[in-house]
Design a protein around this ligand. Structure first.
Ligand code: GDP
Ligand code: ZN
Length: 463
């Protein structure tokens, strides 16, 4: 049940904080036009057509003072982002002027939007479903073109479509079961019903498993492949890192509320976003003397999906190298033999033996040799058949969706087990219904208010 305050007219600055060429103050709600009319001087907003942009001035109605020269967009419900009336004020990009305009908008009848509230309205007003709303956030945070494609695919509703089909199939079979239960006078009704349930449970189970198979790659595209560059001092870790973060490809995000130490850096490796873990230690060139020993590396090793273990090919293997090889055994690993431009002292056979013939690549960071091969290998290890480029290929990218799909899969396994052990059909039905509910949480067809609040609070302000 929605309270009226949930549909107050809301406003926020929708462009990133700070100075820029222009900033946009966005207003959404029934009173958006009325609020704008009070502070806008230009052509009467009652007379302008929807989806037009208009030249005028923002005036403080209490003083008559002119605040800014603006372009004002009018978008009338229902064909807008929120399905409500939307006004967007494009003003000159200064922080002071933009805040002044936002304050005027607030004092003239709108209230401050919460993070993600515009998108939340798009959801609550039925324009997009929950998984599509989540795709909006993924799109904003997309790290490579491939990640973006996955988010757009989800925003287009391809995942939702698939989930809705699964739910419909489950609902159909549940309805059929009800009918059968209502006519117990027929022979064999129990056997028929249980056969029907089993067939459908098996079929839906298979389709969910297929979806889950895309999750591993999907999650990498969305969150990045956590990668640690490990190796003793001076083997060339920083040089390698700098190559991977080649200026035009580097994506650096400063995670709010965290220190410089956990600055996240992403490298775009053939469309795969590599999230480089614990690069602070590698970047620290001043403490070369201090050993970046095995202990220091353990944390970085544990949290990584991929290890780049760098060895110096121009020196013999040291004890520390051996320890690092041991510490990274069992992980997805590429052994990088660096400094191959120098005379080689490392014995390849020994490395092969010690690493159980892991992926081994020879590089020279100084001569930029072998780096393309390294990138190709990374991409091939995690995207065997390449990253799907088809817009229609549904890929599950979101941890929340993956969790729900796993639970739904479990519920179906309970259905099948229940039938196998001769459990009464009405009990089996409960598990089938649970599966239906769980799938509905992905699209937001079944949801709890707390979930919605929690999800949208992760959005940025003004979206
Ligand atoms: P780190 O301590 O593992 O991060 O190693 P650095 O990347 O700081 O490199 C240590 C030294 O080795 C620097 O002087 C680099 O210029 C040099 N170096 C790095 N890669 C190569 C390489 O492929 N060949 C040669 N000859 N020198 C390299
Ligand atoms: Zn369809």
């Amino acid at each position: 049940v929605l309270t009226t305050t949930e549909f107050d007219t809301i406003a926020a600055i929708s462009t990133p904080p700070g100075e820029g060429g222009i900033s946009i103050v966005r207003i959404s709600g029934e009173e958006a036009l009325d609020v704008a009319k009070k502070i806008y001087r230009g052509k009467s907003l009652d007379k302008v057509a929807s989806n037009t942009i208009n030249y005028g001035h923002i005036i403080d109605p209490s003083t008559g003072q002119e605040i800014d020269e603006v372009m004002l967009s009018v978008m009338r419900a229902p064909h807008t982002y929120t399905k409500e009336d939307i006004i967007e004020i494009n003003c000159h990009g200064g922080i002071v002027a933009t805040n002044r305009i936002l304050q005027l908008v607030i004092s003239n009848g709108a209230r401050m939007a919460e993070p993600g509230e515009f998108t939340k309205r798009a959801f609550l007003n039925g324009r997009i479903d929950l998984s599509q709303s989540e795709a909006v956030m993924d799109l904003i945070e997309a790290k490579t073109d491939r990640s973006m494609k996955a988010a757009i695919n989800q925003l287009d509703g391809n995942l939702s479509h698939l989930i809705k089909h699964l739910r419909k199939d489950i609902l159909d079979v549940l309805a059929q079961v009800e009918v059968n239960i209502d006519y117990p006078e027929y022979d064999d009704v129990e056997t028929m019903t249980s056969k029907l349930l089993r067939e459908k449970a098996t079929d839906v189970h298979k389709r969910i498993v297929q979806l889950l198979q895309t999750a591993k790659q999907g999650k990498i595209l969305r969150d990045g492949l956590a990668t640690s560059i490990i190796g003793r001092p001076n083997v060339g870790k920083s040089s390698l890192l700098n190559h991977l973060l080649h200026e035009d490809k580097a994506i650096v995000t400063d995670v709010p509320g965290t220190t410089r130490d956990v600055l996240e850096e992403y490298a775009n490796v053939q469309g795969v976003p590599l999230k480089l873990v614990d690069t602070a230690g590698i970047r620290d060139t001043t403490d070369k003397v201090e050993k970046i020993g095995v202990d220091r590396s353990r944390k970085a090793i544990a949290s990584a999906d991929l290890i780049l273990l760098v060895l110096n090919a121009s020196e013999e293997l040291t004890d520390e190298d051996r320890q690092l090889i041991k510490a990274t055994n069992g992980k997805q690993r590429i052994v990088v033999l660096n400094k191959t431009d120098l005379p080689i002292k490392l014995k390849l056979n020994e490395i092969k033996q010690l690493t159980h013939a892991d992926h081994i690549i020879s590089t020279s960071a100084i001569k930029s040799d072998g780096l393309k091969e390294l990138e190709k290998l990374i991409s091939k290890m995690f995207f065997d058949e390449g990253i799907s480029s088809s817009q229609n290929d549904v890929m599950v990218t979101n941890a929340r969706h993956i969790g729900l799909l796993n639970q739904a899969k479990q519920a179906l396994e309970d259905v099948i087990k229940g039938l196998d052990t001769g459990m009464p059909v009405d009990l089996v039905q409960i598990d089938m219904t649970r599966c239906w509910d769980l799938l509905g949480e992905i699209t937001g067809d079944s949801y709890q208010d707390e979930l919605i609040d929690q999800l949208f609070s992760q959005f940025c302000l003004g979206k």
